[in-house]
Design a protein around this ligand. Sequence first.
Ligand code: TTP
Length: 195
Amino acid sequence: MSRSPRLLLASSSPRRLALLRQIHLMPAVLPVDVDESVLEGEAPEAYVRRLALAKAQAGQTRADDAEAWVVAADTTVVAGGQILGKPTSFADAQRIWALLPSPDHCVYTGIAVIHGDHIEVEVVSTRVEFLLIPEADQLAYWNSDEPKDKAGAYAVQGRAAQYVKSLHGSYTNVVGLPLAETVALLRRANYPLWE
Ligand SMILES: Cc1cn([C@H]2C[C@H](O)[C@@H](COP(=O)(O)OP(=O)(O)OP(=O)(O)O)O2)c(=O)[nH]c1=O
């Protein structure tokens, strides 16, 4: 299938690319690197919005095509009042897993679409009821590598599906790119979706 016209995904996440490909959008991919530190007192919505925009802007700056539609996103997990990023070690993952079923947590994704000076940004949240990962499973799950590069130290699309009791909202949001909202932003930015 040929590449979608002038669509650029500013991300190194294979999940985001796979989600766009699922709906037959075939972006060029440009990994970007932005500082993901949380600002003092920053709310989760503000945090993912800021990072999604920063990633899209970094993508636009580095793009060969100044007329490209640039898509970027940032996903974070919030539990027990804390913004939980990616785990830095097994012990850190265990700390995060203990917070996930309290009795639920929220996954937030900021999405940004930029085309020229047209900017669209939105935040989507999904509530997830998550079980305590049995202690006997924890090391094996860590060693599967699935939790290591994921916000909240789990991937709903992989082995962790067995710990997800219910999910309220967008499933693709939890995986890293809420598709209905992303397409809505592309539409608002006049992206030629069916070309
Ligand atoms: C909660 C959860 C997160 N994730 C992933 C989505 C994101 O890729 C990652 C959160 O990290 P992000 O910083 O949002 O994204 P990234 O570093 O993977 O990629 P980039 O910044 O280059 O776009 O966690 C899952 O794949 N499944 C899940 O169930």
